[in-house]
Design a protein around this ligand. Structure first.
Ligand SMILES: Nc1ncnc2c1ncn2[C@@H]1O[C@H](COP(=O)(O)OP(=O)(O)O)[C@@H](O)[C@H]1O
Ligand SMILES: O=P(O)(O)OC[C@H]1O[C@](O)(COP(=O)(O)O)[C@@H](O)[C@@H]1O
Length: 329
């Protein structure tokens, strides 16, 4: 029987993590389970930084981005000694189970702890990148799209006024979910992300031909290219410079960066986080171990933690086809 659980947030913070913490704490309290919240991701386990989490500690946090537990990356966990030390901290606090809110990296960390820990472990997918298998959406993705859109719409205004070409870099480490979704919703003229062909200095013409074609058809006007981070070897600013040189027109680069991680979670993220946080606790009570609480086709479901990083989930193939079709026209 589960009496005490731990919870932590790890990796890139995502709007809605607070909502997930809240739901887990409230669900645990309703089942007479004590909750310990670790600070700064896995570092809290290694440094003994934690607090008791009671329902009053999670009051009125659902609307805030970031995470009340703080998040971090933790190098020590990549070693077997680090994982053993983390497991020891869980055992010392007599925790029957632990909830890890994070991305597939954090789940790999959870698996390494599991090699030394006798309790149960469950994951809750929280990352703006949406690059976790076993759930249609991760907590934070919907908010990140809206934040990116707000910024892109503003850049469109100034791009329109100057009839300029803008390259806007969006986050996503090695996946194009944010870039494709925000690019489509913003009506970007071109989208560059890892799932499309790579852009290299020697194939800039793939970018340039559609720009020249658009200029021939509609004259000079604003032109927005959204670019996933890490898409061009020397970076998006260098890509804008290379385009300026090749086209003979000034192109501007704008790196949206961490603004995409912040802000009030949108309704969809608050609801998803509430469902997954509550479901994670319920599934721990039911005996789940080394699983992730996800949602697929509006059905809550468990998915093996070990498979969450397999990258079998794909960015919307319909939108990919449509984007390639209109961009090549
Ligand atoms: N292969 C791994 N082995 C052990 N721990 C890992 C591993 N990958 C990631 N982690 C842990 O999870 C943390 C967060 O992972 P990261 O990939 O940065 O973010 P996310 O969880 O959002 O994908 C890392 O800093 C590390 O502590
Ligand atoms: O905040 P940092 O350490 O610079 O990390 C940036 C990375 O974190 C993210 O915002 C979120 O990634 P994770 O959720 O996988 O940690 C990525 O989009 C980005 O590449």
């Amino acid at each position: 029987m589960i009496k005490r659980i731990g919870i932590l947030t790890s990796g890139g913070d995502a709007p809605g993590m607070n909502a997930a913490i809240r739901a887990a704490v409230l669900t645990a309290a309703a089942n007479n389970i004590d909750v310990i919240g670790f600070h700064h991701g896995f570092n809290g386990l290694l440094d003994n930084e934690y607090q008791t989490l009671l329902p009053q500690h999670v009051q009125h946090i659902i609307q805030y981005g970031g995470t009340i537990l703080k998040s971090a990356r933790c190098k020590a966990l990549y070693t077997s000694e680090g994982a053993a030390k983390a497991a020891k901290a869980l055992e010392a606090l007599q925790l029957d189970a632990v909830i890890i809110i994070g991305g597939d990296g954090s789940f790999r960390g959870a698996l390494s702890i599991a090699e030394h820990y006798n309790g149960q472990i469950i994951g809750v997918p929280g990352t703006i990148d949406n690059d976790v298998d076993g759930t249609d959406y991760t907590i934070g993705f919907a908010t990140a799209i809206d934040t990116a859109l707000d910024a892109i719409d503003k850049i469109r205004d100034t791009a329109d006024a100057f009839e300029r070409i803008f390259l806007i870099e969006l986050m996503g480490r090695h996946s194009g979910y944010i870039t494709l979704s925000a690019g489509i919703a913003a009506g970007a003229e071109q989208i560059i992300c890892p799932e499309f062909a790579a852009i290299k200095p020697d194939n800039l013409k793939d970018l340039i031909i559609p720009i020249q074609h658009a200029q021939l058809l509609r004259g000079k006007s604003s032109y927005i290219i959204v670019v996933a981070e890490n898409s061009y070897p020397a970076g998006t600013t260098a890509l804008a410079e290379a385009l300026s040189e090749a086209l003979g027109i000034e192109c501007r680069a704008c790196i949206l960066g961490h603004i995409q991680r912040g802000g009030r979670p949108v309704g969809a993220d608050r609801i998803l986080a509430t469902k997954l946080g509550a479901y994670a606790v319920e599934q721990l009570i039911a005996g789940a171990h080394l699983m992730m609480a996800g949602e697929v086709n509006q059905q809550l479901s468990l998915y093996p933690l070990a498979k969450t990083g397999d990258k079998t989930k794909q960015i919307d193939p319909y939108l990919v086809r449509w984007q390639q079709y209109i961009a090549s026209d």
